[in-house]
Design a protein around this ligand. Sequence first.
Ligand code: ADP
Length: 159
Amino acid sequence: MRVAVFPGSFDPITNGHCDIIARALPLFDKIIIAIGRNSDKRYMFSLEERKEFIRSTYANEPKIEVMDYEGMTVDFCRSVGATFMLRGLRNPADFEFEKAIAQTNRRLAPEVETVFLLTSSGYSFISSSIVREILSYKGDVSELTPRAVHSYIEKKNNK
Ligand code: ADP
């Protein structure tokens, strides 16, 4: 069984993440979307909110599971029997950053192969931080996030 972990903050999940996930689905038997808990980071959405956005987006996709973890991603991969780690690449800055991480991870866990998918054109500008920035000005993110995210925000704002 080919199990991949897609690690990230997903604060919140965006159409950029969804593009990578959709294109990775045919490659793996199971994709665990894994939210890393980092006590030094301040998030816009709680862990439960971030999980729920992903769960409802993929409610009809049996190959996808949502989990959270603390500590090193390679240790989490081992604990769930994943031999692939999935990452998305948007630009040269992502490449440099991801290269250092992937090479370090290979030293720590040679059995976990990092697989990179290049962002589809049209999605490369999307990031969770841009979504958060727009939300901080109460702007419209319906073109940038899956429905679970923007409908939750609309409901919250109309209360
Ligand atoms: P992290 O804090 O690990 O960067 P993110 O949730 O921001 O967590 O990103 C998780 C993964 O999704 C990373 O590999 C990132 O490069 C990828 N990603 C995010 N946005 C996009 C996008 N628009 N296109 C392709 N990959 C993306």
